[in-house]
Write a protein that binds this ligand. Structure first.
Ligand code: PEP
Ligand code: MN
Length: 301
């Protein structure tokens, strides 16, 4: 006989089973190695690049700026999941070819979003990391398909997803055998309309407590405004994020997608410099030595 179980109880029941994303399942932080880049270890990883791949020239210009700032991974969308069907949808496979060219020319690792299950096989041949976007966080066939890939996956938070739903989406990928999952906070929909979304900063320490998976933050999509990217990028690192995803464009006013939130070189290069300094500072303040000094100073006062 079927007993009615309230939603809250059902949720508690389903979360109680041991999940692969959980700290109970795996205590130590997951560290993902992509060549000489590590994600989830001590150093912060920076992913940067344009929202969309618009042309070969635009992509190479963006790559030059991103390289100069010292980011680790280059991003660019070839398949764009746009709200309106009349907006630029991406260059598709041609875009993947340009992205692969950037990888060959610069030596940077590359990431792009995959929006269709049937495209996973093609996309994974061109890139080092697959991205599942906010709009597809609960596209379960797609999650299963990237779960069968050998490439790491950045799983962005659904814009209306709770942390439990997001972690269970990650579980789909882990369950299929792909242990290389990176969670990306990109803002959630709230009643506030000043910013594009609301960046959920507290999700970072909560995820760190619940899960061993690396957590990165995308302040570009979270805020929708280029001038808010720098403060929120810094806040994310201070809150314990393992890295950032930043939209950078050689000429944001002419971008075919997400220009208002894209950094130009004059904003991006100084930000990268500040982030490196902040990273050093965080190593220091989070160190055992600093903690012990603080305790001694507090007691002796
Ligand atoms: C993106 O990173 O290109 C993107 C579309 O972001 P999101 O899925 O977070 O909206
Ligand atoms: Mn974008």
């Amino acid at each position: 006989m079927c007993r009615f179980v309230p939603f809250a109880e059902r949720d508690a029941h389903s979360m109680a089973k041991l999940k692969q994303f959980s700290r109970e399942y795996k205590e130590k932080d997951t560290v993902i190695n992509i060549g000489d880049i590590t994600i989830g270890a001590k150093s912060k990883v920076i992913i940067a690049g344009p929202c969309a791949i618009e042309s070969r020239e635009q992509l190479l210009a963006a790559a030059r700026i991103v390289m100069q700032g010292g980011a680790d991974i280059f991003r660019g969308g070839a398949f764009k999941p746009r709200t309106s069907p009349y907006d630029f949808q991406g260059l598709n496979e041609k875009g993947l070819e340009y992205l692969a060219e950037v990888r060959d020319v610069t030596g940077m690792k590359v990431i792009t979003e995959v929006i269709e299950t049937t495209a996973v096989h093609v996309v994974e041949q061109y890139v080092d990391i697959l991205q599942v976007g906010s709009r597809n966080m609960q596209n379960f066939p797609l999650l299963k398909a990237v779960g069968r890939s050998t490439k790491p996956v950045v799983l962005k938070r659904g814009m209306a997803a709770t942390l439990d739903e997001w972690l269970l989406a990650a579980e789909y990928i882990l369950y299929e055998g792909n242990q290389q999952v990176i969670l990306c906070e990109r803002g959630i929909r709230t009643f506030e309309r000043y910013t594009r979304y609301t960046m959920d900063l507290s999700s970072i320490p909560v995820l760190k407590k619940l899960s061993h998976l690396p957590v990165i933050v995308d302040p570009s999509h979270a805020t929708g405004q280029h001038e808010l990217v720098s403060p929120m990028a810094m806040a994310a690192l201070v809150s314990g994020a393992d890295g950032l995803m930043l939209e950078v464009h050689p000429n944001p006013s002419e971008a075919l997608c997400d220009g208002p939130q894209s950094l130009d070189s004059a904003e991006y290069i100084p930000l990268m410099y500040q982030l490196k300094k902040l990273e050093k500072f965080l190593h220091e303040v989070n160190s055992k030595k600093c903690y012990e000094e603080t305790v001694v100073a507090t007691i002796s006062n």
